[in-house]
Every structure is written in structure tokens, then in C-alpha cells.
Design a protein around this ligand. Structure first.
Ligand code: LIP
Length: 283
């Protein structure tokens, strides 16, 4: 029932905005930086603190008996990343951590909500832009209170494409990433861009600022909210090889239409990243 989750949606918007204010305030102080999977996969005390604030507020409102939580920093500390049929919150407290550390002003709070393994809504607060992107399944996508829709461009030569290079610096992966970017650039397209945060990149697709964003290596928490927002703005989601979108696969193509998506997919040198939902003991 659509109204069953309206309260949850409203709480998510409120919590995202409050979390964004914490991030902005933290940016004014010294930022203590640590690393996770590599020396360029950064995490800060703010990431951890904001995730605790978000999950704490949601647990207070909805309890933890029936609701489940997948948070980037909780998973980094060993919690499971398995999507069940239970109501599940999928959270990236600070998407664009490297940007946050460097003062590059694209940092987003990303909160998604799924039930029966279906994404019900997504909320992305770009906190230095002060823009609240949000969408509920079947009810359209919005930036603040303005309805947003994807670009109507079908000519690849008139497109801007977003991709990111992620945090895996293994030479074979980097070579594939940049070979892909070179082939796309030389189609030619109008331009290649990247904000440094998947959530923000997906909002740029949803509001028609760019035609497509794809990446291999992202995580479910980076893209879950953006997936709802792109779909509700009239866009499409696929795997980077043209197969069906798989939230846990760490690969994603989001685009304004299938013409643009399939033209870009032809150029992508695909590789795999370990799925998000591989149980820890099997990694
Ligand atoms: C970031 C993603 C981005 C990716 C970065 C990083 P984080 O998430 O949003 O798409 O290219 O490597 O993973 O780590 O800032 O939450």
C-alpha cells in the first residue's frame, strides 16, 4: 500500500537533511582520515558518526525487530550486506568521502528503502548544494519540490556521459577504465564528467544534466537511492553488459534511454568486482 511507507519516506528526508547539516559543520573542523580497502578508499570519523545518527534515528522511529539496516560503514566493520524480504534501509552516510576530505563540494547523504527486495523509495541530499533529491516508486522524482525528468537526447554525439574510476588502482582495472573512457570520448560525445559521488551522478542523470552514468566497483549503498530517483525520472537501469540491473553486483549503467545506454555499453570493457552480498566467510 503506497501510504504504508509515506511516514518512512518523510522521516528519511528529514534525517537526510539533518545528517547533511552535521557533514557541513564537520567540514569546518579538522577531518581525521583513515583508509579501508586501499590507500585511496577513505573513511572519516564523520562517515561513522553520521551513519550512527541516521541508523539511530531510524531505529528509534521504526524499531529494529522488523526493520533491517545495510550501512556502508557498518558493513566495513563486518556486518552482513544481505538484502532480505524484510523492510531494509540501505545507507551511504557520506557519499563522496574523498570529496569531503578535500573540500570538493559534492558530498551526498544517500538513504534508500526496500521491501520484499523491491526498492520503495530513495532520498539523496547533496549537502553542500543544499539540494534534496527524492522519489517514491510510482510517484515521480523531485529535486526539492520541483519534478525532475531525464534528458530527451537520443543522439550520442550530443551527450555528456559520467563515469568514475573508483578506488581500485590495480593496473589491469585502471587500463580497462581509461580505455573505456577513451573510446567513449572519441565517439565523440560532448563530454565526460564525474562528480566523485555515485549518488550525485545519478541525480544528474535524473534531472537531465547528463545522459548516462555507469561504474564498475560501486556498492549497493552508493546507488540504491539513485536507482529509484533515475527510474522515477523516466530513466533506465541496466548492468554494464546490457543485462538486468542487479543492486548487489557492484556494476551499474543508468541512462536517460536505451539508445544512449546501449551505445555506451558497446564501448565498456567489462570486468567484475566481488558482489556486495557475498557472506563474509566466503570472501
Ligand atoms: C564513492 C562512490 C563513487 C566511487 C568512489 C567512492 P564513497 O563512494 O560514490 O562512485 O567512484 O570510489 O566509492 O566511498 O565516497 O561513499
Amino acid at each position: 500500500m503506497a501510504d504504508e511507507w509515506q511516514r518512512a519516506y518523510e522521516v528519511a528526508v528529514d534525517v537526510a537533511r539533518k545528517a547533511g547539516a552535521v557533514i557541513r559543520k564537520a567540514a569546518d573542523s579538522e577531518i581525521k582520515v583513515s583508509t579501508k580497502s586501499s590507500t585511496v578508499d577513505l573513511v572519516t570519523k564523520t562517515d561513522e558518526r553520521v551513519e550512527k545518527i541516521i541508523i539511530g534515528a531510524l531505529k528509534e522511529e521504526f524499531g529494529e525487530d522488523t526493520h533491517c539496516f545495510i550501512g556502508e560503514e557498518s558493513v566495513a566493520k563486518g556486518e552482513a550486506c544481505i538484502l532480505t524480504k524484510k523492510p531494509t534501509w540501505i545507507i551511504d552516510p557520506v557519499d563522496g568521502t574523498t570529496n569531503f576530505v578535500h573540500g570538493f563540494p559534492f558530498v551526498a547523504v544517500s538513504i534508500a528503502f526496500a521491501v520484499n527486495k523491491e526498492l520503495e523509495f530513495g532520498v539523496i541530499y547533496s549537502c553542500f548544494e543544499d539540494k534534496m533529491y527524492k522519489a517514491r516508486k510510482g510517484m515521480g522524482a523531485f529535486c526539492d519540490d520541483e519534478k525532475i525528468t531525464v534528458s530527451d537526447v537520443k543522439d550520442i554525439h550530443k551527450s555528456i556521459i559520467i563515469s568514475e574510476h573508483g578506488t581500485d588502482r590495480s593496473p589491469d582495472k585502471v587500463k580497462k577504465i581509461f580505455s573505456t573512457m577513451q573510446k567513449i570520448l572519441c565517439i565523440p560525445v560532448h563530454g565526460l564528467r564525474g562528480s566523485g559521488t555515485a549518488a550525485t551522478n545519478m541525480c544528474l542523470v535524473a534531472c537531465g544534466a547528463v545522459e548516462a552514468f555507469f561504474e564498475i566497483g560501486i556498492h549497493c549503498w552508493d546507488i540504491a537511492a539513485g536507482a529509484v530517483i533515475v527510474r522515477e525520472a523516466g530513466g533506465i537501469l541496466l548492468d554494464v553488459d546490457g543485462g538486468p540491473f542487479d543492486l548487489m553486483s557492484r556494476r551499474m549503467m543508468s541512462a536517460n534511454n536505451d539508445i544512449i545506454a546501449n551505445r555506451i555499453i558497446k564501448e565498456i570493457e567489462v570486468f567484475t568486482a566481488e558482489r556486495d552480498d557475498i557472506p563474509a566467510q566466503k570472501k
